[in-house]
Write a protein that binds this ligand. Structure first.
Ligand code: PMP
Length: 434
């Protein structure tokens, strides 16, 4: 399409004049892959249409929330009804209680939960709570894990930051990150060394249990077990950032997957977002009662929000949770996702392209590498130019993947076998050209 008839291009020009980089969240800008971002006009089920009316099969799903696909009728009805009753009250509502009860029922490691408006806010608040509850300052995170853009957590984070090649963000004073330790993911030896040195000063260890911000990297069972044991031994809290994995990889989140491998396994605090809001701004953090009771107004750890527990967002979240609890939901979602992953693997093998992939529930990742990476440095071995050719080849064929090799992908309940088959066929064509 020539530029003068491409509405995406003209909208991007307009956007760049008034919004830094033309986008309200960096990775949307296509900076890593080049080209013009698609401006989305509408979406339905597994599809999105851009400003030119071109249709794409959507594997981003708003970066995770749209697990039912776009425009699910029961969710839309709940949102429309809630909007008529009031957009925001700044006072408690029954729906917040219902959503809290629903989350706690599905996530047994949490006795109490507080609702907020973004994953960043939830992660930042969880760190403050861990510090307040333990009286300690240091926190431990892993390279390639992203926990939102709070100052103390923007330390060698993955995803958008990795794309731009920054070790950290400007505007974060060194004093603010001096208490943040960053280790290699899946490295048990480093973990043990760090605890031996700093364990008694650690307020918490925060991690993505399946990392989705360095593409898709699972924590090994042994690494997960040692994280839990060392936190218990040294009195640090284990904080699971399930903003992406929560209600995405399984009904009980990634922690339920690890609990099958490690009997009795549970984190102390869980951070959630994305799916629990079903596409509206809603996130949460929760954990054991004695920890959560440290929060204001009960305790001394302050945390608040004008729009927290918003009545329209909670309606959207509740309607979404209602659907994903239906029997067979995750079995069907996981089977579609596995069909996509194995179809891509087979097509790549036929065309002689080094390729490997993994998935859990409705979340997947693939790499133009011969074997699955275990940490950020290994993810970085991917040939970026090759990924960019694959990305654009698929985009031209109507398949919309995340525009950076550091991102996980998402399948929704609305993706049909035909959608998956069309995606694999498109990928096969592109693999031939790589
Ligand atoms: N934690 C994880 C694991 C995430 O993937 C994200 C967002 N991609 C966040 C936290 C931050 O959430 P939000 O963008 O809602 O602030």
């Amino acid at each position: 399409m020539t530029h003068n008839t491409d509405r995406n291009f003209s909208l991007f020009e307009r956007a760049r004049a008034v919004i830094p980089g033309g986008v309200n969240s960096p990775v949307r800008a296509f900076k890593a892959v080049g080209g013009t971002p698609r401006f989305i006009g509408r979406a339905q089920g597994a599809y999105m249409w851009d400003a030119n009316g071109t249709r794409y099969i959507d594997y981003i799903g708003s970066w995770g929330p749209m697990i039912l696909g776009h425009g699910h009728p029961a969710v839309l009805e709940a949102v429309q009804k809630a909007a008529v009753d009031g957009l925001s009250f700044g006072a408690p509502t029954e729906r917040e209680v219902e959503l809290a009860e629903a989350i706690l029922e599905l996530m047994p490691s949490m006795d109490m939960v507080r609702l907020v408006s973004s994953g960043t806010e939830a992660g930042m608040s969880a760190i403050r709570l861990a510090r307040g509850a333990t009286g300690r300052s240091k926190i431990l995170k892993f390279e390639g894990c992203y926990h939102g853009h709070a100052d103390a957590l923007l330390v060698k984070a993955g995803s958008g930051l990795a794309t731009f090649g920054n070790a950290t963000s400007a505007g974060v004073p060194p004093e603010v990150v001096q208490h943040t330790l960053v280790l290699e993911y899946n490295n048990v030896v480093q973990l043990e060394e760090a605890f031996a040195l700093h364990g008694r000063d650690l307020a918490c260890l925060m991690m993505e249990p399946i990392a989705g911000n360095m593409n898709f990297v699972r924590a090994s069972t042994e690494f997960t077990r040692r994280c839990r044991e060392l936190c218990t031994e040294y009195g640090a809290l284990l904080v699971y950032d399930e903003v992406m994995t929560g209600f995405r990889v399984a009904l009980g989140g990634a922690q339920s997957v690890y609990a099958q491998q490690i009997p009795g396994f549970a984190p102390d605090i869980t951070v959630m977002g994305k799916v629990i809001g079903g596409g509206m701004p809603l996130a949460a953090f929760g954990g054991r009662r004695e920890v959560m009771e440290q929060l204001a107004p009960l305790g001394a750890v302050y945390q608040a929000g004008t729009l927290s527990g918003n009545p329209v967002a909670t309606a959207c979240g509740l309607a979404t949770l209602h659907e994903i609890r239906k029997p067979g939901f995750y079995e069907a979602l996981a089977s579609s996702t596995r069909a996509l992953v194995s179809g891509l693997e087979a097509a790549a093998a036929d065309e002689g392209v080094p390729f490997c992939a993994d998935s859990e529930g409705g979340m997947f990742g693939f790499f133009l590498l011969p074997e699955l990476p275990q940490n950020y440095a290994e993810v970085m071995r991917t040939d970026g130019q090759r990924f960019n050719r694959l990305f654009h080849g698929l985009l031209e064929r109507g398949v919309y993947l995340a525009p950076a090799l550091y991102e996980a992908g998402f399948v929704s309940a609305a993706h049909t076998q035909d959608d998956i088959a069309a995606t694999v066929a498109a990928a096969r064509e592109v693999f031939k050209t790589l």
